[in-house]
Design a protein around this ligand. Sequence first.
Ligand SMILES: Cc1cc2nc3c(=O)[nH]c(=O)nc-3n(C[C@H](O)[C@H](O)[C@H](O)COP(=O)(O)OP(=O)(O)OC[C@H]3O[C@@H](n4cnc5c(N)ncnc54)[C@H](O)[C@@H]3O)c2cc1C
Length: 404
Amino acid sequence: MVNESNISVLNHDDCCGCKACGDVCPKSCISFCEDKDGFMYPHVDEVQCISCKKCQRICPELKPSYNTKNASAIAAFALNQEARSAGSSGGIFGLLAQEIIKKGGKVWGAAFDSDLQLHHEAVTNIEDLTALYRSKYIQSDPEGAYAQIKKDISEGTLTLFSGTPCQCNAIKNFIGKSDLLITVEVICHGVPPQSLFNKLIAYLERQNHYKITSFAFRSKSDKALHPQSFTYVCDNGKRKMTVNGLHYQFPYYFGFQKYITLRPSCYLCKWAKPERTADITLGDFWGIEKYDSSLDAKEGVSMIIVNTEAGKSLIESLENQKKIFTESFPINVAIENNGCLVSPTPLKKERDAFFKALNVEPLEDVIYNYLRPKRKFIFDIYYSLPKPLRQIVRHLMDKRMKYE
Ligand SMILES: Cc1cc2nc3c(=O)[nH]c(=O)nc-3n(C[C@H](O)[C@H](O)[C@H](O)COP(=O)(O)OP(=O)(O)OC[C@H]3O[C@@H](n4cnc5c(N)ncnc54)[C@H](O)[C@@H]3O)c2cc1C
């Protein structure tokens, strides 16, 4: 469907890689392969293609759709501490998913397989939901999910689909109007490719002579340190170890936080605006402590934006069961505190140079030049300070930046 193919309707940089075109093609003639930077793109078999244009009709980049802008946003978190800790933010996704399963439904979300490859998977019982919890900062592969959901819905299965806004818009286009489909989107600033994660995990394994068997971003391993922490479990053949760290200590995570490893379409994202596509939008309510000092975003406070009646009734059911704390704020408070509700992530100058280097230079050099803090010792000192002292330093730095 992108301009490498015979159906030249979408520029390469506009394709979000949702893979819905592959699922809808009646001739199964759309396949996916990595481009030079490792992102997946569709390719059409020109001989098999019957020009039915179904791929164009469901493409979210060609047919984006939005709900009307909500007047308010909700700051929320799960009242049960275990449920709150299970999520990257306030643990709201987990509670929504449990509600659907209790009603006999199916929940789709991003989960790692045993080789740390991220796919969209379906879950039908509460115990298996943990695989879907927490943000994984990689583009998830939803191939096959759309077609399966269409089949499930035709058989009457209530379905919750969670994913990035482009994926949620894709499933809406694929299914059309249905009371059986509820979509939950994360506020998303972009996704790097699986291939880059694989390279940097393999690098860590080579350096340390172990195999990484599980990986979690935003692991909340030490909330006092920083929300952008990670935890992985590794095995050196003799014993298993758990390693905790902060984003700047893992090159992949550092590159993600620098915004230099994202898919081209993420810098042009059509969903980075206050009008949302899914029934429910979930994000982090960074900065909420400025409006209510009893809340601390670093402890996990979600931002919920309710976009449809279906979304409203699901959130209300959690409120009625007293499962979540909620406090409503005017939408402008949310917009002021979350850049992804205003515009796409700005394209960083270093981004293209990074991918060029990745293709030709030794990985060690790429990491040295792009994926580590230039003055690591400053990060080390800063994160070793006790939390109150760190807050003072942060406050002074913010103030200085304001006046510079
Ligand atoms: C790539 C990415 C970037 C994000 N960027 C921002 C941001 O800039 N600002 C912000 O406010 N919030 C961002 N978020 C959302 C935020 O990190 C939390 O996921 C969200 O607040 C929900 O938290 P929770 O505790 O309710 O549930 P969690 O348990 O954390 O919810 C996880 C949900 O996210 C889905 N998910 C996880 N990884 C992926 C993935 N790679 N692709 C598709 N779906 C995925 C899961 O299926 C599940 O539904 C981002 C999330 C992702 C995945």
